[in-house]
Design a protein around this ligand. Structure first.
Ligand SMILES: Cc1cc2nc3c(=O)[nH]c(=O)nc-3n(C[C@H](O)[C@H](O)[C@H](O)COP(=O)(O)OP(=O)(O)OC[C@H]3O[C@@H](n4cnc5c(N)ncnc54)[C@H](O)[C@@H]3O)c2cc1C
Length: 503
């Protein structure tokens, strides 16, 4: 461990992937790091805990996709093995099984997107509908995750994008919109086309194996965060729960000097925020120093989405074909997933009954219902996909409401999302909603932005070794060529008609 930075105090706010990532790296560099978390446990949206009856629950099941290289590298460094092997998944609608996905890395590798197109087994969707996706390939090439590309596509909704490129109504409602509901947590008319293209490329299209996924063999809190926090504390980092930050103290020289948690003050030479949009808005509402800056006031223009995580214990063993399943068409603007926890979690592998997690995204209309009303709805939906659930008896259940919990990549939101560097010299941002150019999404992005914020702090102090951040795998050669040609064509048009059309 480097000792060069001892004495420099960094306060990190929020103990999700981003905050823990920043804290771990800075602690290893010898900084005096304190991580303040409002909740009772570290983990953020991925936190897990035990119910009063000793059963494990968590804020939704989290998958770790093939391109999550930085998280996989962390797992190796920690010397833990929390994951299942690669799993197959299915998709259901009220009509029954719709799609089965193979393990893409096991099949002969084809130039993207051929593998995704040919190996995914659609049970009902006619070929002509699938072929209607082809013109969309142009926008996949055109959207290269640059700032320019985001500004070009962010004002358009995903629905308009798919409509303009001639995607069939069935392909949209049975394939693309379900992907948006589970990938961006919102229906197509509420998603930015830029976020849509970025998310689809990263998780599905960039390389054939990208859609392959592993799951934790227990809660992420237990399997990853607990050993990780132990390692952070061993490296000298302090992780303090039940500390809700309410303000940032700034001196006349544009420098943050500390953060306030109700009546406690934590002195700081640098501050890293690693809270979600809703958390940031709350801090803003009580912080005059943040309200003095336009970039922070503009966070008020951003929004978040409601999610519901349920876990049901049934009295009997029910055969579920695949461990992870995505579902669409049950409610117009809500997507949901269900997971066979007997297959995924060590704790439930010998359970005499069935344990199922069912998570609902964009679950606005469910949050005000009582648990006693939610559980029968979940059972009814499960029975539509796997009829054996109809006769089974629910013997225990957990319902976790997550209001305004996940980032809403709404059309037009890009211009208000914060960058890692702020107008305060020593305040840095991280989290899955921050603008960066890495190209990853969700947990991997949150972790990467945490490392990026740690690196900005290191560069600000001029002490310590920056964290090594693994880039996403390069575009395949034919995509690179198509992108280069497209960029040149765009530049020629721009030189003739600069700024003539709307971006
Ligand atoms: C149901 C569900 C399913 C999901 N599925 C997947 C998936 O399969 N794969 C995937 O990669 N991602 C998934 N995600 C998204 C993933 O959880 C997030 O992208 C990621 O966890 C974000 O991490 P973060 O560190 O940016 O923020 P968060 O996890 O939101 O952490 C922010 C932390 O800041 C704390 N905080 C807020 N305000 C304050 C304050 N004032 N003071 C101190 N602390 C504060 C919060 O309590 C929280 O712990 C899912 C999310 C949900 C909810």
């Amino acid at each position: 461990m480097s000792e060069v930075s001892q004495g420099k105090r960094v306060v990190v706010v929020g103990a999700g992937w981003a905050g823990l990532g920043a804290t771990y790296h800075l602690a290893k560099q010898g900084y005096d790091v304190t991580l303040l978390e409002a909740g009772s446990y570290p983990g953020g949206l991925v936190a897990g805990w035990k119910t009063a009856t000793g059963r494990s629950v968590e804020a939704g099941i989290h998958g770790f996709w093939y391109p999550y290289k930085n998280i996989f590298s962390l797992i190796n460094e920690l010397g833990i093995s929390p994951f299942t092997s690669w799993t197959r998944s299915s998709q259901y609608s009220p009509a029954g099984l719709e799609v089965e996905s193979p393990i893409f890395q096991e099949l002969p590798q084809l130039p993207t997107p051929l593998g995704t197109f040919l190996y995914t087994q659609f049970k009902r969707l006619p070929l002509v509908d699938r072929l209607s996706a082809l013109p969309l390939l142009y926008s996949i090439i055109d959207f290269d995750n640059s700032d320019e590309a985001w500004r070009r596509y962010d004002f358009v909704t995903a629905r308009e994008l798919f409509k303009d490129f001639g995607v069939s109504a069935r392909l949209y409602s049975e394939s693309f919109e379900p992907m948006l509901l589970v990938g961006l947590f919102a229906p197509g008319e509420q998603c930015s086309a830029a976020a849509t293209l970025g998310m689809l490329y990263y998780f599905i299209l960039a390389h054939q194996p990208d859609f392959d996924v592993v799951w934790c063999r227990g809660t992420v809190g237990e399997k990853i965060f607990r050993p990780w926090v132990e390692r952070i504390e061993k490296a000298g980092g302090k992780v303090l729960a039940n500390r809700r930050v309410t303000d940032l103290i700034v001196d006349s020289d544009n420098q943050a000097k500390g953060v306030v948690c109700n009546d406690e003050v934590f002195d700081a030479d640098a501050v890293i925020f690693a809270v979600g949009i809703t958390g940031m808005k709350k801090i803003l509402s009580s912080s005059l120093s943040l309200q003095s800056r336009a970039e922070f006031r503009n966070v008020s223009n951003l929004g978040a989405v409601d999610v519901l995580a349920t876990r049901l214990w049934f009295d009997r063993k029910i055969h579920i074909k695949r461990p992870s399943n995505a579902c669409f068409g049950f409610d117009a603007t809500t997507g949901w997933t269900f997971f066979d926890l007997n297959a995924l979690h060590d704790e439930y592998s010998n359970e005499p009954g069935t344990v199922v997690e069912a998570d609902f995204y964009h679950a606005n209309q469910f949050l005000s219902l009582e648990n006693e009303e939610i559980v029968p709805i979940v059972q009814r939906y499960l029975a539509t996909c796997v009829p054996e659930f109809r006769e089974a008896k629910v013997i225990d259940s957990s319902v976790i409401r997550l209001p305004q919990a996940v980032t809403h990549f709404a059309p037009g939101s890009y211009r208000y999302m914060l960058r890692a560097k702020t107008s305060f010299k020593n305040v840095f941002m991280s989290g899955d909603w921050i603008v960066n150019r890495h190209g990853s999404w969700s947990q991997e992005k949150a972790y990467v932005t945490g490392l990026e914020a740690a690196n900005l702090a290191i560069s600000y102090f001029g002490e310590g070794t920056p964290a090594k951040i693994l880039p996403v795998e390069a575009d395949e050669a034919h995509i690179q060529l198509a992108r280069t040609l497209n960029k040149s064509a765009r530049q020629i048009v721009k030189s003739i008609l600069p700024e003539f059309w709307l971006p």
